[in-house]
Write a protein that binds this ligand. Sequence first.
Ligand SMILES: NC(=O)c1ccc[n+]([C@@H]2O[C@H](COP(=O)([O-])OP(=O)(O)OC[C@H]3O[C@@H](n4cnc5c(N)ncnc54)[C@H](OP(=O)(O)O)[C@@H]3O)[C@@H](O)[C@H]2O)c1
Length: 279
Amino acid sequence: MDGKALAERVRSEVAAEVADLGRIGLATVLVGDDPASDVYIRLKHKASTEVGIDSRDIRLPATITEAELLEHVGELNADEAVHGILVQLPLPAGLDEAAIIAAIDPRKDVDGLHPFNAGQLLLGRPTFVGATPVGVLALLDEYDVELSGARAVVIGRSDIVGKPAALLLLQRHATVTICHSRTRDLEAEVARADVVVAAVGVPGLVGSDWIKAGATVIDVGITRTDDGLVGDVAPDVAARAGLLTPVPGGVGPMTIAMLLANAVKAARYRSGMLAFPPL
Ligand SMILES: NC(=O)c1ccc[n+]([C@@H]2O[C@H](COP(=O)([O-])OP(=O)(O)OC[C@H]3O[C@@H](n4cnc5c(N)ncnc54)[C@H](OP(=O)(O)O)[C@@H]3O)[C@@H](O)[C@H]2O)c1
């Protein structure tokens, strides 16, 4: 499954929408100097600039207090030029992620992590949903993967990938199983699946003998190794799966593209073109 090609298409659609809607502001907040987070933030800004989104790259020291960080978030909430806000996670130790995320105006929460948006997804009325799970669904749709009635196994239960991906699949009428580090027989769970979404961060965890022949496999995992980026799915799964996302070039580019799409959505909410539910 070619995430790069689909992402390119989404980005050109976003660029046209930005040209239509006028100024759209996206602010990212990076606290500390985690090198992986720095790479992700750079990619997000480069992509934003390319489609005409005004991106603001806010960098704060790891020594910042929670009160100071909350103040920055409050300023972005009040800033009319900012439509979307993304606080890059993980935050350095000592900062309460839940408190920071809850302080973001839900109407600007492009990562879909605020309890209001996470709750809307749980209730089957999605508003903002994180860019990675939305990207996963977009890939499945692009390749016409039948989800209704399909057995889907999501490995990973994080708030940013596993849980929202599972809820989106459930909304599309898949029969969803969520697996995690305490799952007793992961292989047996995966072997039953028509659709597998691996979002773990353990290179090669999912072996080809786990996969039902012809299943669709989405590899969200990204681990940096000396040989480059590798996913959670062993390379020989390609021979057994019906469809498979490569790493790199699968979910990664879709995440960036869908973040831009979420920024456009934020602008539509602000303008009233889309109705944001009452808070
Ligand atoms: N492609 C992209 O754009 C993109 C975007 C976001 C993340 N990612 C990548 O996706 C991966 C997951 O990210 P995340 O933020 O969701 O990570 P996370 O918060 O660390 O969550 C990992 C999940 O995997 C589960 N897990 C760990 N070891 C396991 C094992 N041996 N068997 C079964 N489950 C296991 C954990 O279970 P417990 O809950 O029991 O601990 C947890 O639920 C990472 O590699 C990350 O880099 C990629």
